[in-house]
Design a protein around this ligand. Sequence first.
Ligand SMILES: *Cc1c(COP(=O)(O)O)cnc(C)c1O
Length: 393
Amino acid sequence: MSTNPKIWLSSPHMSGKEREYVQDVFDANWVAPVGPQLLEFENKLRSFAGNHHLAALSSGTAALHLALILLGVKKDDFVICQSLTFSASANPIRYQGAHPIFVDSEADTWNMCPNQLDIAIQQCLNGEVYSPSGKEIKTGGKLPKAIVPVHLYGMPANMKDIKEVADKYGIPIIEDAAEALGATLHDKYCGSFGDFGIFSFNGNKIITTSGGGALISSNEAEIKRARFLATQAREDAPHYEHKVVGYNYRLSNVSAAIGIGQVEVLEERVNQRRSNYAYYLEALGELPGVSFLEEPSGYFANRWLTTILIDPKKSGGIDREQVRLKLEDENIESRPIWKPMHKQPVFQDCGYVGESKIAETIFENGLCLPSGSNLEKTDLNRVAVVFKEIFDK
Ligand SMILES: *Cc1c(COP(=O)(O)O)cnc(C)c1O
């Protein structure tokens, strides 16, 4: 085991202003679920959401859950979801008693393949959806209630084609931009394409409130409704009057104060993460069998994590697990790509649509490299040196 200091995959990176902003909260005794910091954080965030309306919430997962509720997703409905993602994209579908149908990725962005999406909708209508083990999914010819594409690792999904398919059938989109804050597609921010979009400010994301999220929509009334549902659905009355089930999903005002300090440096953080990617590309791009996910024209990724593929057929047998373990020996944290949802035991009885095993291959060969915006050049160099040692043997 190396005695070198630990290099983390993605650790929180404060601007230095956060303590002061939290101090302001204490000085004014706004240690509460609402307060001026919450509103200021929301206002600052809007400029990274196409100036759409938004509500800051306790997590990205809560934001996804509220989006499904607002779209009327109920028990035994079907919702199409990208398979290659973190489980939080799909879990809220289950909270509603609805059934996810997972769709494979395209190789260009690693995100939802628009063609497979179209096929999935048709199969849903025709009752031709199956689980990975071949079990028939009884869709009853129902149209899916929503589509959840993801901008994985901060690479925008092909929203133009996905939206075209969604519009053809009149199905709303919930855009999971948890990993893509600050990324754009043809100069439009991720999170602002769908009927709803969501962000996450979990501790490992590009900016953090320690835990938190946001729901985005161009529709002001929907966001107003989201705030209402997120604060226990209290009707306008001096006593506590409730007509619908409510949730306790609002972001705390203390957390929002941290968020203000973070959103002020978001552009800088995007640049720092992008320069990590550029460093790794320069240092490792020529190694045999190693490939990087490039930006298609018009795509601007935030490079939340730098991800690579290692093809053992071209690398002389070196695979991603070998590399990951060697980095671990050197006290460097790296991680496999998200395991596709259609391969997860918890979702084994859900529908899956895909023919080319794109997501599976990315999972098998993919690795996330240390990508924090607080990494020094010496840290990146340490990663590159270990990497090259493996390939020099
Ligand atoms: C982090 C993440 C979420 C969930 O966000 P939380 O704030 O942790 O609840 C959802 N989707 C994806 C793709 C994520 O990476």
